[in-house]
Design a protein around this ligand. Structure first.
Ligand code: CP3
Length: 344
């Protein structure tokens, strides 16, 4: 069995020291990433060229020896493969043509080309699984329908996702159809990644934290539950990590309501609450990325508090969101050795 420690922890066993990886571990804080990015020309060329994507995925593994590699790609390749245009502007972020209500049913009709467009990504997953050390887990991923929809509707990242919330309330049937298309396609996308060798799958709901109770249920929980149901029908044992960032009190029911195996916690979740959540299964997280960026005592105390509160149960040590470009490499090394050298 590959990646034993990681898979055991994910499935609810206590492993100490816990396995560790970092969200957005391949990226601009690494000079070797910046140099590949220049060579590739554009961010999407990195994602769709298996030679580049394999290399960039492996960079943080070589440097830090993380217990898991995450496929190098982006959550927005799903709408891109559905025919929406997409570009990444240097220092600005993703840009898309804002989706009009009248275009939603065309998305659902988009048929044959979806998996052809994503084929290079499936190839990257296959090559990665055969290249990686068997003890290193390979994580595939997609965005949750709500988070993906926020970018499709606004055409860019927005501070409070107001355009998507407004769309959802103004045109509830059309919005439900949109979430449904994204969920169905994302499930297919994850199934293909698992077919190609991904050991675990993560669903990123980065903007889950801006919704009221009813819309959280309808727009975050329900579509993710649908993805989980579809993936499990084909891969009953593949672990699925749900990351509803900012879900706050809604974290309580999320695991049961969606069926995800692991709860990904952002750094605002109190460790006492995290411990209660850990009684029902593994948790992943939840160091504030700014503690990592700051280093020193802020980092050490943050790591120790998590190990102290959660080290006795099933834990995958991670940040509470992605590592930022300004983060010094020495701080990442320090975090990894502090976790690896911990004793209890
Ligand atoms: O190392 C990894 O984690 C794997 C690769 C990965 C990327 N994006 C690469 C990337 C993963 C898992 C993602 C997920 C993703 N993409 C999310 C969910 C996680 C989160 O951070 O909330 C979201 C919301 C996106 C959409 C996206 N992609 C944005 C908003 C941006 C611009 C902001 C930024 O951080 O640059 C991207 C670009 C992006 N995705 C980069 C990378 C390495 C930077 C691109 C560059 O090199 O300029």
């Amino acid at each position: 069995m590959t990646a034993r420690n990681f898979i055991e922890a994910v499935n609810g066993q206590s492993v100490f020291p816990p396995p560790i990886w970092m969200m957005r571990q391949a990226g601009r804080y690494l000079p070797e990433y910046r140099s590949m990015r220049q060579k590739a020309g554009s961010f999407l060329d990195l994602c769709y060229n298996p030679d580049f994507a394999v290399e960039v995925t492996l960079q943080p593994i070589r440097r830090f020896g993380f217990d898991a590699a995450i496929l190098f790609s982006d959550i927005l390749v799903v709408p891109h493969a559905l025919g929406r245009d997409l570009r990444f502007e240097e220092g600005v972020g993703p840009r898309m043509e804002p989706l009009a209500e009248a275009e939603i049913d065309d998305l659902a009709r988009e048929g044959g080309d979806f998996h052809n467009r994503l084929a290079p990504i499936y190839e990257t997953v296959g090559r990665l699984r055969s290249t990686l050390d068997p003890e290193t887990a390979l994580i595939g991923f997609c965005g949750a329908p709500w988070t993906v929809a926020t970018y499709m509707i606004a055409g860019r990242g927005t501070p409070d996702q107001a355009p998507a919330r407004l769309f959802g309330y103004s045109s509830p049937e059309a919005f439900a159809r949109l979430l449904d298309v994204i969920a169905v396609r994302s499930a297919e996308y994850l199934i293909r990644q698992a077919d190609a060798g991904a050991d675990a799958l993560q669903i990123f709901d980065s903007w889950a934290g801006v919704l009221d109770e009813e819309s959280f249920q309808a727009w975050c929980v329900r579509p993710v539950a649908e993805i989980v149901r579809r993936v499990r029908a084909r891969h009953p044992h593949v672990p699925i990590i749900g990351f509803p960032k900012g879900a706050g009190v809604f974290y309580g029911d999320y695991r049961v309501a969606t069926g995800v195996t692991v709860l990904g916690l952002d750094w605002t979740v109190p460790l006492g609450q995290a411990r209660a959540l850990q009684k029902r299964g593994a948790v992943q997280g939840n160091l504030d990325p700014m503690r990592l960026c700051a280093g020193g005592r802020a980092l050490d105390e943050g790591v120790d508090a998590i190990l102290e509160a959660l080290g006795g149960g099933p834990l995958i040590f991670n940040l509470g969101h992605g590592v930022t470009p300004q983060t010094p490499i020495a701080h990442v090394e320090r975090m990894v050795s502090r976790v690896r050298e911990a004793s209890r």
